[in-house]
Every structure is written in structure tokens, then in C-alpha cells.
Ligand binder design. Structure first.
Ligand SMILES: Nc1ncnc2c1ncn2[C@@H]1O[C@H](COP(=O)(O)OP(=O)(O)OP(=O)(O)O)[C@@H](O)[C@H]1O
Length: 712
């Protein structure tokens, strides 16, 4: 396998798809990891071997999964590269084996810390589970390259900020010219005024220079201002584009990624901004400054200038030698930061549970450990950078010393004036500084490339096509035909679901926890698409309707509905386009039995709720969410365990009110059979299948699962 086929994982759970990406590159195909994650149905836990097999097959590779031992690598028929399933640091992991000989197994590990290495057979055997996937291109295989948006596309954005770039470049050019003038002043003083002891013009020269330096300060201020503006504009454009994209991603994305992985990418954006603005400055400015100061230095002394040029290749070598290490350390640092973010977000979200279980200390220790891991990785990065800086500084001082040594000899031999030597020395910094910027650009670009890769892994996930909600003529029966669904390949969640939900009927779906009730509801709002079968709204297949119209037609109230910071009124009318009258709000609140509670609050509907509405009881939150659902213009309402926090009397009151709503289809997902009992149509689910349906009496008479649930 060619080294250039190596693909690093972007997130912790990407090892499977990154390994598959390497295999595909070996056969001439390039796909973004985001696409492979989709095809292999990668979850927060990672990718199953079956997922990899299915994804590879869809992309035209024949795959054989085998359980083998080390003898496999003696078989000359084995086709490399292959994917091996290993256990690394107690975690399941995939890596690519691209070669084997009598002593060693040659492994490409998508973990950028490990990368490509050879392991002794014994070492490999200790981590290998014995499972491996063998690949060959199928007869109809054609290599395909899906474009991976590189950094270059980001540079296109820069064209929109020409005026700031022009501002920075103009201000910096003036600053450089003033610096050259300053060095010339030094030369004139030393060579002309001091030897002749002429003080007449010295004063005027000094005063003019003081005034010029005032301009220098003004232009310094302008340069910093334009640079900050450029950074801010770029930052808001890239960050907002990312946030907007994230908001429009399908549910599938959120259920397969950790929150920290998504949020940590915001901090990566700064690296891209830094690289973009540095590149622009270098392209337009540093090169120009180097040429101008280089020309002046050459004019001062061509011999000293040639000595200066001698250092450039050494500089480049120093930078190049550090490049790979920087890329690796940077990736590690970003991944560690993502993990740290995930841990903290998870703990803050579950702070109540954490306190009840008295896990504060334990969880804190986890965060502390991860934080130290991040600090260590950061330290490794900073140590390497400081080491590189130290070498660069040494080179710079070394050069200045050599220039002074050589210049002093030239002055002693009257081949150079003292003033020119001093001016040369003063101006040298203005030549070396842009040179350093240009050379270190490579490191910044490298970091930006890693950050851009991580950003792209999210940006390449297709957004939901929400569409418009014009066609609303599908009021009628909902028909679910032979529907299957699974989040990951190996675990079917819904199997052969056939169900007709009559228009304006009331239905209860019951069944044991984990039997697939919520998943079925989520298919109705198209959070996920069935893997088999079809759902129709009034004879119209769901996949032909826009998401916007589906979600206007069906309102799903999830098990843990969210109330947002804002007033109660704002929360109630959230997501409703048309104006809602006070009477409608009162009615909805009365049906949800929250009206009296709200009236008792000093500011009633204008009462402010904080994030997550922590000042409300669990039941109050549920009743507010029910009122919000009732206000929605949707024709189908799904209540997923929406009364689980309520006392039986309140629950009965609300359910009775909901059953009286004549002109809507209502689906209750409930564990409590007291709800099901009052609803005419009941569907019982078990293990992803509908096992029974009918009304309460029929189902009891069946003496099957419902009967057992009722008699518990
Ligand atoms: N995002 C997800 N990714 C992977 N598996 C999932 C996901 N959501 C649910 N599952 C799995 O799907 C199965 C069905 O879950 P679902 O929430 O539909 O069941 P349920 O009947 O509504 O359960 P409950 O009554 O406990 O709410 C469970 O085994 C669960 O582990």
C-alpha cells in the first residue's frame, strides 16, 4: 500500500471508516469519512464489522469476513491491504494490514498517534481479535473520487474582504518604508554628521523623524485595526456557516455524534482564520517587504547580503523537519479537547443524576484526567514549538553575529562605512521577520488543514432538505407498509411493521421498554427514513413529501421535551407561524391542565423561564409542552410518554381532554395501560414487531402480551 493512501481518523469513533477509506484509496477511490460513516451506519460507539462490509459492498468491493489466526499471513493468496479488528487499550479498534512477512505485520493505524508501523507477529497477535475483512474489487467496480473540500475553497472567501486586505497591506507598506528611512537616518548620523561634527542639520533631521514616527504609530494602529476586522469577518463567516449547517443536519447526525465533537470544532476555526489571514499577509506583504528591504540591504552591502541569504535554506530545513511532528501533535491536541468538551457537556446535562449518585468526585476525576491529558498534549505541542523557536532564534542571533563580524572586518579594511554597517544591522530584522513569517506559514497551513478536515467532516454531511410546506392535502389515513428500520446493520429495531392509523382516530402504542415505539414515531416525522417499506399519508409516500410539510402535518412531542429560555408565552407559541389568540392559548393551557398553575404565577404568561425551565416541576414542564403541542396547527399529534411525570388524576384529566379533540389524529405512546384502556385502538409492540392490536377488552380476551402487561 502506498503511504499516501494513509487516512487519519477525525473523531474517536472513525477508526473503522478511516480504515475503509485507506482500502478504497488503494483501489483508486476517494470518499469523505462523513459519507462512509453514513454508509456504514457508524454510531457513537463506532462501526460494526457488518457496517464496514455493507459500506464496502455498496462502493463496489467484494468483502469476505473471516476468523483466522497468524497462519493467514503465511498464505500467499491473501490480498493486501485488509482490515483487522483489534483490541487497543481495552477498546475495539480497526487497523489496516498492508503487508506481512515471516517476522513482521505492517500496520496502518488510523489513529494519528500510531500511524504506520511494523509489529512483530507476537505483538500483533496480542491485540488481534482474529477477525479480519478481505477486499477485492467486484467485477463492476469503478474507482470514484468524491471531492474533499480543501483549504483552497476557504481562500475564495477572502475575495470578499479586499478592502481590509488592501488596508493592511497599505498600512504595513508605509511602516516598512518608515523603517527603511529610520535605518538611513542612522547611517547619515554616523557617516556624515558625527565625523564632520556638524550639528546644524541634525536637529531638523531629528524633528522630521519624530514626526514621521508619529505617522508610523498611526499606521501601526490602522494595520492592527484592518487585520482584526479581516479576522472577525472571516471568523463570523466560517463560524456562522458551520453553525447554520449544524442546525440543518438530520437527526441521524446528532444521534451518532458526541456533542463535544460538534462544539469543539468551533475552536478549530480560529486556526483556519489564523492561517488564512497569515497567508494573505505573507502573500501580499511579507514577500513585498522582503524584496524591498532585500534590495536596500543589497544596496548597502552585497557581501553582507549574500551572507544573510545563506541562512535561508537552513531556516527552511528546520521548519520542514518539524512539520510532521506538528501535524501529529496538533491532531492529538484537538481530539483531546473534543473529548474534554464531551465529558463536561455530558456531566452538566446530567448534573442532577450525578449529584444523586454522588458521582461528583468520580466524574470530576474523569474530567481532571482528561484535562491533564489535554494539557500534556498541549505541552508537547508547545515544547516542540518552543524548541523550534529556540533554534530559529539561535540562527537569527548567529546570523547577526556573523554579519557584525564580517561587517566589522569590512569597516576595519575601509571597505564599508560604520554608518552602513549599523544601518544594515538595523534593517536586517525587517528582512528576517517577514522571512520567518513566510517560512512558518507552512506550520500554520498544516494546522489549518487538520482543522479544516475536522470541519469538513461535519460540513460534508448533507443537510436535511426541508423544502416548502405548500402541499397540505394529505389529511387522511396514515398507512405504514412492511416497514423495517435499524440504526446499525446488525440490530434490527423495527421489523415488518404494518399499521393503518385512521384519520382523526386515537391510537395507543404500548409495549416493553426498548420495543421500538419511539423509533416508529420518529419515522412518522421523518427523523429517520425506513430501511425497508413505505409510509403513506393519505396515499402519498412520505419520501415524496417535503420535510417541512411532514413536520407541519405531524407534531411529535418527545419523551424529554425542551423548554427554552424566554417567557411562558414565547414557549407556548414557539414554532407557530400564524398569530395565536389569547383565547386559543387559554384553551390549550386549560386542556393541558396547566392554566391554573400559570394564573398563580405573578407574571402569568409573561413569567420568564430559565434554560431548561428549572423553576418548574417535572409535571408542569410536561403540561406546558402538551399545551404547546395542542396549539400547533399539526393534524397528527404524537405524545411520547408525555404524562409520565403526572399523578393519575391529572393524567386522566388530560387524556380525557385530548380524547375529546375530534378533528385530530392522536397517538399516545404509553407504558401506563390506564391510558391505553381509554383509547379504542391499541397496538402492542414487542422486540420491534407489532404483536397484537385491538381494543382493551379484545386484547384482554386474547390472553397474550397485553393481558400479561395488564396483570402485572
Ligand atoms: N439513536 C439510536 N442509536 C442506536 N440505537 C438506538 C437509538 N435510539 C434507540 N435505539 C435503540 O432502539 C431500540 C428501540 O428504542 P425505542 O426508543 O424506539 O424504544 P421504546 O419502545 O420507545 O422504548 P421506551 O419505552 O423505553 O421509550 C432500543 O434498543 C434502543 O437501544
Amino acid at each position: 500500500m502506498n503511504y499516501s493512501y494513509y487516512v487519519a481518523q477525525v473523531d474517536e469513533t472513525d477508526c473503522g471508516v478511516a480504515s475503509l477509506a485507506m482500502i478504497l484509496r488503494n483501489y483508486g477511490s476517494v470518499y469523505p469519512l462523513a459519507k462512509l460513516r453514513d454508509l456504514a451506519r457508524t454510531t457513537k460507539q463506532g462501526t460494526t464489522a457488518l457496517g464496514l462490509v455493507k459500506a464496502a459492498k455498496k462502493l463496489g468491493l467484494d468483502v469476505t469476513a473471516i476468523q483466522a489466526d497468524l497462519e493467514l499471513f503465511d498464505d500467499e493468496e491473501v490480498k493486501y491491504p485488509l482490515i483487522a479488528h483489534v483490541v487497543k487499550e481495552d477498546l475495539l479498534h480497526y487497523c489496516v494490514v498492508f503487508k506481512a512477512d515471516k517476522e513482521y505485520i505492517y500496520v496502518a493505524d488510523s489513529d494519528p498517534v500510531a500511524k504506520v508501523k511494523k509489529m512483530s507477529r507476537k505483538e500483533f497477535d496480542q491485540i488481534w481479535s482474529g477477525i479480519c475483512l478481505l477486499f477485492t474489487p467486484a467485477s463492476n467496480y469503478t474507482p470514484k473520487k468524491e471531492p474533499l473540500a480543501g483549504l483552497l475553497s476557504m481562500f475564495r472567501d477572502l475575495a470578499n474582504y479586499k478592502k481590509y486586505i488592501l488596508g493592511v497591506v497599505s498600512a504595513a507598506t508605509v511602516i516598512t518604508l518608515i523603517s527603511i528611512l529610520g535605518s538611513y537616518y542612522l547611517q547619515v548620523i554616523v557617516d556624515r554628521f558625527i565625523p564632520t561634527k556638524d550639528t546644524s542639520g541634525l536637529g531638523i533631521l531629528a524633528v522630521s523623524l519624530v514626526i514621521i514616527y508619529l505617522f508610523n504609530s498611526v499606521f501601526n494602529y490602522l494595520r492592527d485595526f484592518f487585520l482584526t476586522k479581516l479576522d472577525q469577518q472571516l471568523s463570523s463567516k466560517i463560524s456562522l456557516r458551520y453553525i447554520q449547517h449544524v442546525y440543518k443536519l438530520p437527526m441521524h447526525f446528532f444521534s451518532t455524534r458526541k456533542t463535544g465533537e460538534i462544539t469543539s470544532r468551533f475552536s478549530d476555526i480560529n486556526k483556519i482564520i489564523d492561517a488564512l489571514s497569515s497567508t494573505v499577509i505573507s502573500m501580499f506583504l511579507d514577500v513585498g517587504v522582503m524584496v524591498i528591504t532585500g534590495a536596500v540591504l543589497y544596496f548597502y552591502s552585497s557581501r553582507l547580503f549574500l551572507t544573510t541569504l545563506f541562512v535561508i535554506p537552513i531556516y527552511i530545513i528546520v521548519i520542514y523537519l518539524f512539520n510532521k511532528r506538528f501535524a501529529k501533535l496538533d491532531q492529538e491536541q484537538m481530539e483531546s479537547n473534543a473529548l474534554l468538551n464531551s465529558l463536561i457537556i455530558e456531566d452538566l446535562k446530567g448534573i442532577e443524576t450525578l449529584k444523586v449518585l454522588q458521582l461528583e468526585k468520580k466524574r470530576y476525576r474523569n474530567v481532571e484526567k482528561q484535562f491533564h491529558d489535554f494539557l500534556n498534549k498541549n505541552l508537547s505541542y508547545v515544547k516542540t514549538r518552543s524548541f523550534q523557536d529556540a533554534i530559529k532564534l539561535w540562527l537569527q542571533y548567529g546570523l547577526v553575529t556573523i554579519v557584525l563580524y564580517q561587517g566589522a572586518s569590512l569597516v576595519i579594511h575601509s571597505e564599508l562605512s560604520l554608518g552602513v554597517l549599523m544601518a544594515f544591522n538595523a534593517l536586517l530584522a525587517f528582512f528576517l521577520s517577514p522571512l520567518q513569517s513566510i517560512i512558518s506559514l507552512q506550520v500554520k497551513l498544516q494546522e489549518a488543514k487538520v482543522a479544516n478536515n475536522r470541519l469538513n467532516e461535519v460540513l460534508q454531511v448533507d443537510m436535511e432538505e426541508v423544502g416548502t410546506s405548500k402541499n397540505k392535502n394529505f389529511i387522511g389515513d396514515i398507512v405504514i407498509k412492511n416497514v423495517d428500520y435499524s440504526y446499525e446493520y446488525s440490530k434490527p429495531i423495527l421489523q415488518s411493521i404494518n399499521l393503518t392509523i385512521k384519520n382523526n382516530s386515537k391510537l395507543a402504542i404500548v409495549g416493553l421498554s426498548g420495543s421500538g415505539k419511539s423509533t416508529l414515531a420518529k419515522l412518522l416525522v421523518r427523523f429517520y427514513a425506513p430501511t425497508q417499506g413505505e409510509i403513506n399519508f393519505n396515499y402519498q409516500p412520505l419520501n415524496e413529501l417535503s420535510l417541512s410539510s411532514i413536520r407541519q402535518y405531524v407534531h411529535y412531542l418527545p419523551q424529554s421535551p425542551q423548554l427554552f429560555s424566554g417567557t411562558i408565552r414565547e414557549n407556548l407559541v414557539m414554532g407557530i407561524d400564524q398569530s395565536v389568540s389569547e383565547e386559543e392559548i387559554n384553551n390549550a393551557c386549560k386542556k393541558a391542565l396547566i392554566y391554573d398553575d400559570i394564573q398563580k404565577m405573578p407574571l402569568r404568561y409573561e413569567t420568564k423561564l430559565d434554560e431548561g425551565a428549572t423553576a418548574l416541576s417535572g409535571g408542569q414542564k410536561q403540561r406546558l409542552a402538551i399545551a404547546r403541542t395542542l396549539l400547533s396547527p399539526a393534524h397528527v399529534l404524537i405524545f411520547d410518554e408525555s404524562t409520565s411525570n403526572l399523578d393519575p388524576i391529572t393524567e386522566k384529566g388530560i387524556v380525557d381532554n385530548l380524547l375529546q379533540v375530534q378533528d385530530k389524529t392522536i397517538i399516545f405512546i404509553a407504558h401506563r395501560l390506564s391510558i391505553a384502556k381509554r383509547v379504542n385502538n391499541i397496538v402492542v409492540m414487542n422486540n420491534g414487531r407489532i404483536t397484537e392490536s385491538g381494543n382493551h377488552q379484545d386484547l384482554l380476551a386474547n390472553h397474550q402480551e397485553y393481558y400479561q402487561l395488564w396483570n402485572i
